[in-house]
Design a protein around this ligand. Structure first.
Ligand code: ADP
Ligand code: ASP
Ligand code: MG
Length: 236
């Protein structure tokens, strides 16, 4: 049976891309789906966490070391670099593993936001270049966490915003589902890295996930869950 034209969106967080082993794991997962004929959009975060060379916090520290009073426009441009680098690097890695891929930054992905630097909201998405890449048999590797405003400034979507890029793209592309990969193997009753008694939840309603994100659990950015709920995006 022919596979669905509806793509699958897969988002890999910073810790899922931090080193060679993690990236090999991600490549293996993508390859399995690609070989079964699925159309795939990969959304990537900046590689690693605080202290690691290309992580968002490391990039911010570069400016903060000079002075804490940072022009929000410059800060957004610097913060977006982590995801931009990650998308091109990961696309290169996929291609070297025999999986044709092409990278897109937020602008190239057609992500239009308001002008609220550092915490911009997505207003509209024109994913035509992504669809074109999929039609050409490539995987689209999209830099998460960024877009452009009407003045063509590069904006970022608030900390944890790659989740929102992934879900918003999944909605715009009418994806089969949006898979979110991170450093824990699911959503738990509470942060499993803090509380050893946390239980893994096999299924959650959007309302339950909204409440969890609203209370500050960073496993999914609140706006991502709002998008998923509004457009009925299956989130895994
Ligand atoms: P990523 O960089 O992949 O987006 P995040 O650090 O933003 O990862 O989110 C994953 C983290 O969310 C986990 O490492 C975990 O500590 C935390 N977390 C908080 N609450 C929960 C929860 N209820 N279930 C699972 N993880 C949670
Ligand atoms: N890299 C950005 C952050 O650290 C976005 C994300 O990871 O979702 O907040
Ligand atoms: Mg996150």
């Amino acid at each position: 049976m022919a596979k669905s034209l509806a793509p699958i969106v897969m988002k890999f967080g910073g810790t899922s891309l931090r080193d060679e082993d993690c990236r090999a794991h991600a490549v293996k997962h993508i390859k399995r789906y690609a070989e079964s004929g699925e159309r795939i959009v990969v959304v990537v975060s900046a590689m690693g966490r605080k202290g690691e060379p290309y992580a968002t916090d490391t990039l911010i520290a570069l400016l903060k070391d000079v002075g804490h009073n940072i022009n929000p426009r410059e800060l957004d441009l610097v913060m977006s670099v982590g995801e931009t680098l990650s998308s091109a690097f990961f696309s290169h890695l996929l291609s070297h593993n025999g999986i044709p891929a092409i990278s897109f930054n937020g602008r190239q992905s057609g992500i239009l936001t308001d002008d609220n630097a550092g915490n911009a909201e997505i207003l509209d998405i024109d994913p035509s270049r992504i669809v074109e890449a999929l039609d050409n048999g490539s995987i689209a590797v999209v830099a998460g966490f960024q877009g452009i405003d009407t003045q063509k400034n590069i904006t970022t979507l608030g900390r944890g915003g790659s989740d929102t890029t992934a879900v918003a793209l999944a909605a715009a592309l009418k994806a089969q589902e949006c898979q979110i990969f991170t450093d824990v193997n699911g959503v738990y009753t509470t942060d499993p890295r803090v509380c050893s008694k946390a239980r893994k939840l096999e299924v959650l309603t959007y309302e339950e996930m909204l409440e969890m994100s609203g209370l500050g659990s960073k496993v999914l950015q609140l706006r991502a869950v709002e998008f998923a709920s509004k457009y009925n995006v299956p989130l895994r």
